[in-house]
Design a protein around this ligand. Structure first.
Ligand code: MSP
Length: 507
């Protein structure tokens, strides 16, 4: 276990094309988890970046009339900008074209070679450039096609360096047995296990006919197979990110990705680490695909949604919230314009944004804008809030981002009910009900503050604005702020424009 540090990664994205909602999805889910962990006082190190070598990139550069380096520079920049637009709080952005990565990846490979796990051989197989992967016959799609992209496989034959992956069968199976939660959801671990049980072939880890890559340290004629050095980014980055040696952060606590790259991460990656004498990561979380029109969103199939226009129209937090809530984390889910607008209007604008405006409005009208002190009569409600907070934490403990968002939303709903049940506008007309009105307004303001704290990882900007409107410190979002009564006493509220205004958008 870790000593309070939490090292979290996303896959590094290919720079063959611009980012789409599929990439945004992984980065946002990782960011929600990172922010939640920081709230709980963990020392998070959050890594993302770009995967820039290999045939796929070289070919897309050529098609764009650029050198691979120019192409990689331009597209890596797009991914970096995506992170900025999405509010991603990563601590470092790795590029596999960084010279430090090449040096460290080479060193790691030499450790595998010293361990006797690398040898030279010739190999021919059916390859998909989009996946940068060979596929054995039992994995082919119809008519010898790629099982992920559906495109025809190509015959590739070379003399290469090989990793003795087949020798890791027993060690991998023992590792899965000892760590039943290594891969979540658990069904994915069973998939990995059956890949290992069905037999592992040794893996070609270098390419002879390719220049766009990292040279094999002991063989200047070959470059390292792109997947091998890409996986190594998670380990190399710790040795140079920000000019510091953070190698003590290995093993990672959590690595996120979609199911298309399960085998690389749940089988090949732990075996590489075992070979080099390093520990496998503590946990992988495999999420589903963001679908559009029933199909996986992918540049290769041309089936993509650009996140940026949605963010321009509806704001970043609407996108973050929609993805977390709509697509059950771990399963496939469909992105639709109508679904997006429905959640924006029904949940964000009506249930959450309005709740703030009503709360501020009533406190302004009935109590001159000052949140009353707690009359101490709402113990049940405080207990309910405490239960919700604990449940949100429980969901985050197993990285269940979607259930965490649903549970946090239960507090928003409870607060809306509280408004309807207590009807402060009626209490305000009754002189004898002053204490009840104080209680209602206090519970509302304080409960809403807690809701903003537990929703902050999902919607940081809106929740900070909400805290500001309630006269609270927008930065007070740590776990200690989730307790009823932890807010600043006697705070003055401020009228603010709606957090999620009505949007008129042309269809
Ligand atoms: N470069 C490799 C990963 C190397 S990691 C050592 C790669 N890159 S990728 O650009 O294709 O991005 C893959 C990741 O992006 C997926 O694993 C997933 O995290 C995310 N997604 C890309 N499209 C997606 C969907 N349609 N749905 C969900 N996630 C998607 O593979």
């Amino acid at each position: 276990m870790s000593d309070g540090s939490f090292y979290l990664t996303t896959p590094i994205y290919y720079v063959n094309a611009a980012p789409h909602v599929g990439h945004a999805y992984t980065s946002i889910m990782a960011d929600i988890i990172a922010r939640h962990r920081r709230q709980r006082g963990e020392a998070v190190f959050f890594l993302t970046g770009t995967d820039e070598h290999g045939t796929k990139i070289a070919q897309s550069a050529e098609a764009a009339g650029r050198t691979p380096r120019e192409h990689a520079d331009a597209l890596s920049q797009r991914f970096r900008e995506m992170g900025e637009v999405l509010g991603i709080s990563n601590d470092f952005f790795i590029r596999t074209t960084l010279p430090e990565h090449a040096v460290e990846a080479g060193r790691f490979l030499e450790r595998m070679r010293d361990a006797g796990d690398i040898y030279r051989d010739s190999y021919g197989g059916w390859y998909c450039v989009a996946s940068e992967s060979f596929y054995p016959e039992n994995e082919w799609g119809e008519g010898r096609t790629c099982p992920v992209h559906g495109t025809p496989l190509e015959w590739v034959e070379e003399e290469n360096w090989f990793f003795r992956l087949s020798a890791f069968r027993e060690r991998l199976l023992a590792f899965y047995d000892a760590n039943p939660d290594f891969v979540l959801p658990r069904g994915r671990q069973n998939e990995a296990r059956s890949m290992v049980e069905h037999g592992l072939e040794d893996l070609s880890i270098s390419r002879a006919q390719l220049e766009w890559g990292i040279t094999v340290p002991w063989d200047r004629e070959q470059v390292i197979y792109v997947w091998i050095e890409a996986l190594l980014n998670y380990w190399t980055a710790l040795r140079f990110a920000g000019g510091e040696d953070r190698s003590g952060l290995w093993p990672a606590q959590l690595q996120l990705m979609a199911k298309d790259i399960l085998k690389f991460h749940a089988v090949i990656w732990p075996a590489m680490l075992m070979s080099a004498g390093e520990e496998p990561p503590e946990q992988l979380f495999i999420h589903g695909y963001v679908l559009k029109g029933g199909e996986r969103m992918s540049k290769t199939t041309g089936n993509i949604v650009d996140p940026f226009p949605f963010i321009e129209d509806y704001g970043l937090d609407a996108m973050r919230y929609y993805l977390a809530r709509e697509i059950r984390f771990g399963e496939d889910g469909t992105f639709t314009h109508e679904g997006f607008v429905a959640r924006y209007e029904g949940e964000l604008a009506n249930e959450f944004g309005n709740l703030l405006n009503r709360t501020v409005n009533m406190i302004s009208r009935y109590r001159d804008g000052v949140v009353p002190a707690d009359p101490g009569g709402d113990a049940d409600f405080a207990a309910e809030v405490e239960r919700i907070v604990a449940e949100v934490h429980g969901h985050f403990d197993v990285h269940d981002v979607t259930r965490a968002s649903e549970t946090a939303w239960a507090l928003v709903r409870a607060l809306n009910q509280l408004v309807e049940q207590r009807a402060p506008w009626k209490l305000a007309k009754d002189r004898d009900a002053a204490a009840d009105l104080d209680q209602a307004l206090y519970s509302l303001a304080e409960g809403l503050r807690v809701a903003a704290v537990i929703l902050w990882p999902f919607m940081p900007g809106s929740c900070e604005a909400l805290l500001g409107a309630l006269g609270q410190d927008p930065d007070a979002v740590g776990v200690e702020a989730t307790r009823m009564g932890a807010g600043r006493p006697g705070a003055s509220v401020t009228e603010v424009p709606p957090l999620f205004p009505k949007i008129e958008v042309d269809a």
